[in-house]
Design a protein around this ligand. Structure first.
Ligand code: ATP
Ligand code: MG
Length: 270
């Protein structure tokens, strides 16, 4: 099993939407997926539950950290849902090391049952994010194209507590950044200029989907994606043509990420 964490301390950038779409894509391709929602807001839990495609475990995400020996059903698509208990974990600093160790034990215990574990995180640098990054193989960072978000890339790498460099140095040397995934793209001059700025500063951190210049993974802004998230629908099954078109637009980016996670293209990850 490979474990992928969606992380960006900026709120509302599309982490939960990407976690949902990527999980659906992996399941559609026949992979066994464990979906874990570490954000008490439950924006990954809700669409996956509503879609009725996953087994929702009675073990909740906070218990993966608070309880040694947590278990989930051995089904092909399992959701470990968010719960209010997630909010209490940060307030128990003496238990942070056991929390991270329990999560690590759990991830090891399900290694043979799933191909990919997708973990969605909350947008604050707390123990949930640290424990997730400490056990993960990969980080994927959805990013919106505004200056503030682009400035936030520095925090993703250099934050003193949850920055990728710190986690790699102290807790998890195997952690790899798949890359930055621009989300909610709109064809406005403002966003185009910001995309160019991102390319100028951070090209090695963007995810190539083809050999041509500018063939980079991204997710456009589409009302069908917000609708699918809210109602737990699968884009490719929705009646609206616009929804199926949105799926066709994003599928190459999701496939590229899936290929990297499933180690068919390790050369890319940095
Ligand atoms: N590509 C998209 N097109 C249109 N709407 C989108 C897209 N991606 C996400 N959204 C919508 O934008 C809102 C924020 O997205 P999402 O919840 O995925 O962000 P997030 O980074 O997980 O937020 P948080 O930091 O609060 O967890 C949601 O209402 C979601 O449905
Ligand atoms: Mg979210």
């Amino acid at each position: 099993m490979k474990t992928l964490v969606l992380a960006n301390q900026k709120g509302g950038v599309g982490k939960s939407a990407v976690a949902t779409l990527l999980s659906q894509h992996l399941v559609r391709r026949g992979h066994r997926v464990l979906a874990v929602d570490f954000d008490h807001q439950g924006n990954f839990t809700s669409p996956v539950t509503l879609s009725k495609r996953a087994t929702v475990s009675s073990t909740t995400a906070d218990q993966l950290m608070s309880t040694p020996g947590a278990r989930v059903p051995p089904d092909p698509f399992v959701l470990v849902p968010a719960a209010d208990g997630l909010m209490a974990l940060e307030r128990q600093p003496v238990n942070h090391t056991p929390f991270a160790r329990n999560l690590q034990g759990f991830i090891r215990s399900v290694d043979a049952h799933f191909d990919v574990c997708v973990i969605d995180t909350n947008p604050s640098p707390d123990i949930r994010l640290i424990a997730a990054m400490a056990v993960a193989d990969f980080v994927l960072s959805p990013i919106q194209l505004n200056q503030e978000a682009i400035d936030g890339v520095r925090a993703l790498l250099h934050h003193p507590r949850v920055g990728l460099n710190k986690i790699k140095a102290v807790l998890n040397p195997k952690l790899k950044l798949i890359g930055l995934l621009p989300t909610m793209l709109e064809p406005t001059p403002f966003q185009k200029a910001n995309f160019l700025g991102l390319i100028n500063h951070y090209l090695p951190m963007l995810i190539k989907v083809g050999e041509g210049a500018g063939q980079l993974a991204s997710i456009p802004k589409r009302s069908a994606i917000a609708e699918a998230q809210a109602e737990g629908l699968l884009l490719w099954e929705m009646k609206k043509t616009a929804a199926r078109e949105a799926w066709a637009e994003i599928e190459p980016s999701l496939q590229r990420i899936a290929d990297i996670v499933l180690a068919r293209d390790l050369a890319h990850a940095v």
